[in-house]
Write a protein that binds this ligand. Structure first.
Ligand SMILES: Cc1cc2nc3c(=O)[nH]c(=O)nc-3n(C[C@H](O)[C@H](O)[C@H](O)COP(=O)(O)OP(=O)(O)OC[C@H]3O[C@@H](n4cnc5c(N)ncnc54)[C@H](O)[C@@H]3O)c2cc1C
Length: 482
């Protein structure tokens, strides 16, 4: 921060409502993987929507960029400045109220700073389910979830954050407030501003509150882990399960041998479910209504899958503790990956039917670049894989020099060839802005740029995120975790 910045900061503070500015802390400019951004000009924590609007207006007039911030759990550097003039951070941390719960409409209105786990609890308090669920749910905030259109574990059944939102309240880049907290399932009245802002990663507006959909709580939840011979068999298993239990499947996760080996190597205290590590397994969760306990469904499913040669071993959790143990294995994989240290990490999606073919093709391409270990896990039911590349056994990532970029390019090229996406659920942020430019359809890119310029002509909203031509050197996809 130079003298000119200090002067700008003093002017801005004078223009802002009292008590909105708070001291910066190191976490404001760090993400959960320890990546650090530039220090901000100021950190603000407005108490209500009008204060958010006042901060945005003041910044717009001063020509100072703003970065909205939720829980800071984003994995693609959307919430952190890495170049350009120092921004004003607008943290939603003080706007955490559940404003209303409309049980008749099955809608809950939450402020953008509400922690996801608190929104889930508020739904539970009225015997409803808010199904968005991800490992960061104890710290991410609903505004951040919507801004990144977060996915997570229950997309297969309930959809992404986009599908769970009926209305928004937001502050646009000129400081105007959009009052769009509608509770309607149907509203065909022109362009869909709500869906434009969802997934826009803070580049078009600041979300201040949301009307969220609630669902009946499943009376029974059951979890099982099955060994499958291949990803193809896992897909056939999913189709069989769909035929047998339809929409009661709430999660369907693929886990490969590498993930389990890395758990064994980095977390020896964690008990792995099978004494011999299988090549592939699937973690399945069912959520059923009162009259349909999950255990008989799992038993029938296992028998049919066994007869069809889709599995030869499995564990059906007999109680909540066993279910948590199975989930702990799945949810510890990102940490095991981090402890291992990877060469490149990817959050990709593919047409579900092409997952297996992609895995073979991408591995062949990678083997031509280096001798590596490939780890695959993820939300197979959504065609979403965390596809991670590690050093071969006995080597360290430092031994591979700077080939992370080349590896990511190879993986993303394969994904593109198979009609997939280089960012399934984490967004674009600053880390993947170059990929967006490279892989996006040019007509779409032109339309996205026109929308950005129309809504944010001064370019103050999270500049450098999503649409950015001149990224500075942080090629850091190797640090992404799923
Ligand atoms: C352990 C772990 C597990 C994860 N698992 C998943 C997963 O399964 N699925 C998944 O999709 N993601 C996952 N993520 C990524 C991350 O949790 C999500 O992207 C989350 O939705 C971000 O929310 P946040 O509040 O932390 O947002 P932040 O990190 O604070 O911000 C993310 C982006 O949203 C913008 N933003 C934040 N708040 C607002 C607002 N109110 N208005 C406008 N823009 C805003 C920011 O500017 C930034 O661009 C995981 C992350 C971690 C660390």
């Amino acid at each position: 921060v130079n003298d000119q910045d200090l002067k700008r900061r003093a002017e801005l503070i004078r223009a802002l409502p009292d008590g909105v500015v708070r001291a910066a802390v190191p976490e404001d400019t760090e993400d959960q993987r320890g990546r650090r951004g530039l220090p901000p000009l100021l950190v603000t924590a407005p108490r209500n929507t009008e204060e958010v609007a006042a901060v945005v207006r003041a910044c717009e007039q001063a020509g100072v960029p703003v970065i909205p911030r939720g829980g800071g759990t984003g994995l693609v550097l959307g919430q952190i400045a890495i170049d350009g003039p120092p921004p004003v951070l607008i943290s939603l941390e003080r706007m955490t109220a559940i404003r209303a719960v409309h049980t008749g409409d099955n809608v809950l209105i939450a402020e953008a700073g509400a922690i996801l786990a608190d929104v889930q609890q508020a739904a539970k308090d009225v015997n409803r389910l808010f199904p968005l669920s991800l490992a960061a749910e104890g710290s991410c905030r609903i505004g951040g979830n919507l801004a990144t259109n977060a996915g997570g574990l229950n997309v297969l059944r309930y959809g992404t954050a986009r599908d769970l939102c009926l209305g928004l309240e937001a502050v646009l880049p000129d400081g105007e407030i959009w009052h769009g907290l509608r509770r309607l399932r149907k509203d065909n009245t022109g362009y869909d501003l709500r869906n434009l802002l969802i997934g826009s990663e803070g580049t078009l507006a600041i979300i201040t509150a949301a009307a969220l959909r609630l669902f009946p709580r499943p009376a029974h939840t059951g979890t099982a882990l099955f060994v499958v011979p291949s990803p193809d068999a896992a897909m056939d298993f999913l189709n069989l399960a769909r035929d047998m239990v339809g929409d009661f499947i709430s999660a369907f996760e693929l886990i490969d041998a590498t993930g389990q080996h890395l758990l064994a190597e980095t977390m020896p205290d964690l008990r792995l479910p099978f004494p011999e590590i299988p090549d592939w397994c699937i973690l399945v969760e069912l959520g059923t209504p009162e009259l349909l306990p999950t255990e008989p469904l799992f038993e029938s499913l296992f028998k049919r899958a066994l007869d069809a040669g889709l599995t030869d071993n499995g564990i059906i959790a007999q109680n909540g503790a066993q279910a948590s143990q199975l989930w702990r294995m799945r949810e510890s994989i990102p940490e095991a990956n981090r402890l291992t240290g990877g060469i490149a990490f990817h959050d990709i999606s593919l047409p579900v039917s092409l997952v297996s073919e992609f895995l073979t093709s991408s591995e062949t391409a990678l083997r031509k670049i280096a001798d590596v270990r490939i780890g695959v896990f993820g939300h197979l039911g959504d065609g979403n894989l965390h596809y991670n590349v590690f050093p071969a056994i006995g080597r360290r990532s430092a031994d591979y020099g700077d080939i992370g970029g080349m590896i990511s390019r190879s993986v993303h090229d394969s994904v593109h060839r198979f009609g997939g996406s280089f960012s399934a659920e984490h967004g674009v942020g600053r880390m993947k802005a170059a990929e967006l430019k490279l892989y996006a359809d040019p007509t779409r890119l032109k339309a996205l740029t026109a929308i950005k310029n129309a809504l944010d002509p001064s370019g103050i909203m999270n500049p450098g995120a999503v649409l950015h031509d001149n990224r500075t050197g942080i090629h850091d996809s190797c640090k992404e975790q799923g």
